[in-house]
Design a binder for this molecule. Sequence first.
Ligand SMILES: Cc1ncc(COP(=O)(O)O)c(C=O)c1O
Length: 434
Amino acid sequence: MSSPALPDTDAPGAFDAAALRQDFPILAQEVNGQRLVYLDSGATSQKPRQVLQAEYDFLTTANAAVHRGAHSLAAAATDLFEDARETVSTFVGARPEQLVWTSGATLGLNLVAYAIGNATIGRGAPASARFALAPGDEIVTTAIEHHANLIPWQELAARTGAVLRHIPVHDDGTLDMDAAAELIGERTRIVAFTHVSNVLGIVNPVRELVALAQAVGALTVLDACQSAPHMRLDLPALGVDLAVFSGHKMLGPYGVGGLYGRSEVLEALPPFLTGGSMITSVTLDEAGYLPPPQRFEAGTQPVGPAVGLAAAVRYLEGVGLDRIHAHEVRLAERMHAGLSTIDGIRLLGDAPGAERVGLWSFDVDGVHAHDAGQFLDARGIAVRVGHHCAAPLHRRFGMTASVRASLALYNTDEDVDTFLDAVAGIRPYFGADA
Ligand SMILES: Cc1ncc(COP(=O)(O)O)c(C=O)c1O
């Protein structure tokens, strides 16, 4: 397998995104007659050749059902699948048995919410009772969550009589930690929050939130979708009980993601999906369940995508997470400097000095986000427009939609400058600058 097109020096500033770009075949194309400037990696990242090759190699040399079957191909497939688990779990600082494969972050969060619902109705081993919710118990989330880390908790609250509460956000996009300290109290059983908002790009104070939750014995659930591809992650060191991430946002394939859990939490959690591959013994009336992670992996797993995700993680590690982070932050600062000089642009989450990843969402005064998006698309620039699955956050900031430009390791200074030139033309084009 070929390695990433690494720059030939480790000197600061030598990050060669233009060379990395060559690994991403899709970026070579023109869109609407223009060089493609892909600024929508927050929605889904592009995939390097190495990931496509890993999936291709798996499917053409080792494809078979894993964990069953006595034939050689099945053994080879199982080895690759479990090697992938080891690679991806190490990437987030965890051990293989602490990583459950999911189809993505949405499934991971629903898995946790439904497993807790099952514990609430008495399912699972005696240890599962620690997760049971009673009417009036509180689930605390935040006002800035992606719908994937909000609606499963709304549903769990509705099923159990628990009460959902939200940590508010300041005007500058930072979480109101004073309010958090007041909200997280004796009745709090779960605190679910995002590491990095997919709209604001600010890195939230995970350790502080974990400390507040631990002080009252609440379970913590972290949405690491927008941090995993962009900064070094050590989930055990962050102290969270459970965390999710999505393969397709971190250079990997669609249909695969991870749920990390502290061992004692996963061991006590009852299953959500049930069926084949997660049982010890089955009679017509009942079944016994395997320990984690298999307990949470009912049915046929995304084996090829898991192998592809391992290749994606090796690619990210090959470039270096710290270097990726520094590169993306530098580009985001360039973007910020440029956007700040354009009349009528209102940036969301522009908290001075906040730790950030490389994304900016903004409103263009007098122009709907969808019009701005089409204008940029005509110039070959792909951004996300709408509420980005965070409608309550947009409502909080008095808007229904914004434009989001999100960066990845393959973006260049040229991408940012092309984008800034184009954004400067939006309001004049629509006559909104009059
Ligand atoms: C912060 C955050 N959480 C959760 C998700 C859901 O991820 P997926 O759709 O891959 O399950 C996303 C995707 O946009 C996200 O940005």
